[in-house]
Design a protein around this ligand. Structure first.
Ligand SMILES: [Zn+2]
Length: 325
């Protein structure tokens, strides 16, 4: 409601203040970092006096190629931040009146930059590590019951191939309640591949909790490791990985309740988003909006979603052509 009542100028000023926080909202050249500039046209574009690059406030940010009003862009971030389990592209397109296709691409670009939040910061204290499988559901069963067995036998192997393993490294809350405990997620071929990541990202004197899976054995070589046998109990007073499981519960709820299906190709981005949401779950939503805007303004969109729908329709035409021939 607050954003709806904002003027376009106020919305632009908010984005400028977050993007150029260090210079109190004064334009900074994205090419050379120069502070001196000429103002062009209506005053919303500038030209750098040092390198002569023309730029606007969205150049070099996730919003670079989107021709939407600033009020709408803020609205998108607010609706997105308010979804505890995430927001589907369909819902976002209805709430802020943009096309489904641009909502889909924008959401994925925002998820991507959420994965870059503080990504190099090491984990310390007590860390829980665990993996879980997502995706790979069977297509809808045929109507005739007698065809089910044959259908399952045919499709099960294909569904298994589509399943993805997400490994989470989750810090337990330290004594300081103002520092959110970090949550990091990775898409990996097998759990054992997370050992190298742990060696790189976790401070050496950290205590790691893991389950009894044999893939975690090498952790004992590098860290003080506690193991919990899930066939007996979920917590024995010494070890437990319940906080890692609780993150997976958030992912499962989001997959079933918000998106209905998450394709394997997009799985890591959803994991980054939900990891971020888990990490900052106690941060007020107004602050979350500012934090997401900060991530958007500090990061360029990757090439992953450039011309996504055009490429997709070209592929569809290609496959139709091959069927026709
Ligand atoms: Zn410049």
């Amino acid at each position: 409601m607050d954003i709806g009542a904002m003027s376009e100028d106020a919305a632009r000023a908010k984005f400028k203040a977050i993007r150029w926080e260090a210079s109190n909202g004064d334009p900074v050249c994205p090419a050379c970092g120069g502070l001196k500039h000429w103002t062009l046209g209506s005053g919303h574009k500038w030209k750098c006096k040092a390198c002569r690059t023309p730029f606007s406030v969205t150049v070099g940010t996730v919003f670079e190629s989107h021709k939407l009003s600033f009020r709408k862009l803020l609205g998108i971030v607010a609706v997105f931040a308010n979804g505890v389990l995430g927001v589907s592209a369909c819902r976002l397109s209805r709430e802020v009146k943009i096309s489904y296709k641009s909502a889909f691409v924008l959401l994925h670009r925002i998820r991507e930059v959420m994965g870059k939040d503080d990504e190099a910061a090491p984990l310390s204290g007590v860390v829980e590590i665990d993996g879980a499988i997502f995706g790979g559901s069977l297509p809808r069963l045929p109507n005739k019951k007698e065809l089910w067995e044959e259908f399952k036998a045919k499709n099960k192997a294909a569904a298994r191939k589509k399943r993805k393993l997400i490994v989470v490294l989750r810090e337990r809350q330290s004594e300081d309640p103002n520092v959110p405990a970090k949550v990091r997620t990775f898409l990996l071929p097998k759990e054992g591949d997370a050992i190298e990541i742990a060696k790189r990202m976790v401070v050496p004197d950290t205590i790691i909790h893991a389950d009894r899976s044999t893939q975690w054995e090498p952790l004992h070589l590098h860290f003080d490791t506690k193991r919990i046998d899930h066939s007996k109990s979920f917590s024995d007073g010494i070890a437990c990985t319940n906080q890692a499981e609780s993150f997976f519960q958030r992912m499962r709820c989001a997959e079933r309740g918000v998106h209905l299906h998450i394709s394997g190709a997009h799985m890591p981005r959803y994991a980054w988003e939900l990891g971020w949401r888990e990490q900052y779950r106690r941060t007020p939503n107004g602050d979350q909006v500012d934090m997401i805007l900060g991530l958007i303004s500090r990061n360029k969109p990757s090439s992953t979603f450039r011309g996504y729908w055009r490429k997709r329709s070209e592929n569809d035409n290609g496959s139709l052509a091959s069927i026709a021939s």
